[in-house]
Ligand binder design. Structure first.
Ligand code: NDP
Length: 280
């Protein structure tokens, strides 16, 4: 039977470690502060922002919430970011995506001081990851590395296949697995013979954005399967990109949805905030 990789327990352990660290920092006179900006009132974004604020409160990080109206202009948002870049007491700046269509997301990401870019999306941080130097790393792939390491799964020397090449998941995932000495392949929508490619994987990371697309035909027996996808099915239940019931019996370890990768993203955001507070 496959080992079920428990993202809830691992993220809780990371949050406990961070809580202790934040308490120590407070005793030494350092208070960490995250500024969270939301433009508009997209319900999914509001849930994510609420969860981030809750995690900050639990760990002992101050959070400043900026809830801006949908009609906020790009210039107004850039001015706020400039202001927060200058504020010494603010260690991290997070702009909840997606932004309304009249605002250029790339322009906004690039305006954030890379030292406060706790999402790890700024090109400077992406570049540092690429050349193997330390900087902020995108939270979801960083969380997956923690899931693997804390579950005792060896990465070095193993065949790692990632399905998906987005800037926030697929590409940084590939770079992180490479940094851990995996042999890395990235598959995407133009990949030929996808099943042949994915069946080579000892570690298969699925970030394809298609509910239950990955069945056992894509998976080598004994592989480790990490499911990044989050969807709601017809019964309003959460499911991933992997057909869990079909795949779990043939793999050595697998992440469930919910309770796998999902909880790790916020834990790693908190980790990045603490890093931002200690490196100034
Ligand atoms: P994107 O839609 O940005 O990327 C999907 C990728 O999958 C693209 O690279 C695309 O290829 C590739 N793809 C699409 N169809 C196929 C196919 N049939 N065969 C092979 N490759 C294909 O998604 P994200 O990376 O943002 O997210 C992926 C999933 O992870 C989503 O379900 C999302 O909700 C979830 N997610 C979960 C998070 C969490 O915290 N758990 C955080 C972020 C995302 P191409 O580039 O050629 O178009």
């Amino acid at each position: 039977m496959a080992q079920i990789i428990d993202g809830k327990a691992i993220s809780a352990a990371i949050k406990e470690e961070l809580k202790e660290k934040v308490e120590k920092l407070k005793e030494e006179g350092t208070q960490i502060c995250l500024a969270v900006i939301q433009v508009g009132s997209d319900p999914a974004s509001s849930v994510y922002v609420g969860n981030k604020k809750k995690a900050c409160a639990y760990i002992g990080i101050d959070s400043l919430a900026y809830e801006l109206p949908e009609e906020t202009t790009q210039e107004e948002l850039l001015n706020l970011i400039d202001e927060l870049n200058e504020k010494e007491e603010v260690n991290g700046i997070l702009v909840q995506l997606p932004l309304p269509k009249h605002i250029n997301e790339d322009r906004i990401i690039q305006a954030i001081d890379p030292k406060k870019d706790v999402d790890g999306f700024h090109p400077q941080n992406v570049g540092l990851l690429c050349i193997g130097q330390s900087g902020f790393v995108s939270c979801t792939p960083a969380g997956i590395i923690q899931l693997l390491k804390r579950s005792g799964i060896e990465i070095a020397g193993r065949e790692c296949v990632i399905i998906g090449r987005s800037n926030i998941v697929g590409k940084p995932m590939a770079l992180l697995l490479l940094r851990e000495n995996g042999t890395v392949t990235i598959a995407h929508s133009k990949t030929k013979n996808l099943q042949e490619v994915t069946k080579r994987a000892d570690i298969l990371v699925v970030a394809v954005g298609k509910p239950k697309m990955i069945t056992r035909e894509y998976v080598k027996e004994g592989a480790v399967v990490i499911d990044v996808g989050i969807h709601r099915n017809e019964n309003n239940k959460l499911c991933g990109d992997v057909d869990y019931d079909d795949v779990a019996p043939i793999c050595s370890a697998i992440t469930p949805v919910p309770g796998g990768v999902g909880p790790m993203t916020i834990a790693m955001l908190m980790y990045n905030c603490v890093e931002a507070g200690t490196k100034r």
